[in-house]
Design a binder for this molecule. Sequence first.
Ligand SMILES: O=P(O)(O)OC[C@H]1O[C@H](OP(=O)(O)OP(=O)(O)O)[C@H](O)[C@@H]1O
Ligand code: HPA
Ligand SMILES: [Mg+2]
Length: 178
Amino acid sequence: MNSDILKVLYSAQDIKATVQRLATTVHKDYADVKPLCVCVLKGAVIFMTDFIRAYDDYLEIDFMDVSSYYGGTTSSGDVRIDKDLDTSVKGRDVIIVEDIVDTGTTLKALKELLAHRGAKSVKIVALLDKPTGRTVDVKADYVGQTVPGEFLVGYGLDYNGLYRNLPYIGVLKPEVYK
Ligand SMILES: O=P(O)(O)OC[C@H]1O[C@H](OP(=O)(O)OP(=O)(O)O)[C@H](O)[C@@H]1O
Ligand code: HPA
Ligand SMILES: [Mg+2]
């Protein structure tokens, strides 16, 4: 699996420091509230589990499965809800926890949906932001790292369902998907 990686962008240690910084920054804005952290399956699952443990205060969690990629390296532009939340977001301060903002399709749709359902506030914490990929107008409120326009894998990010379990984030060798 490691031999499929062209270069490592963020080591496990880099990611740990980034996640801790994000949790501390986000917490400052939620000092008096118990936010509902919504993990966007499956990519954000690794980030979410580390983020909530670095967040040293009351919070609740829930999960939503939204897909727009269907296994490839380019977005289809459509978003499909495969698993909905169990929790009502009405009146809640929601933090969407996402691994990467690329075209922005997933997060724009999700943010609008949760606001429409009556969330008191909806903010986005994204471990990675790939601004060169953006095709729709959406911005994460908290960003861990801004990344170049390459296809990344590891720490939750997949190619064809694989590489999510890499402890680091790296660039896949183009010959793997070409
Ligand atoms: O900004 P976008 O262009 O929408 O891309 C970002 C989304 O794409 C990936 O998820 P994907 O839909 O591939 O599903 P997964 O999380 O199950 O890997 C990634 O985890 C983000 O959720
Ligand atoms: O760079 C990426 N890697 C994996 N999944 C993704 N989904 C959007 N961008 C990416
Ligand atoms: Mg995802």
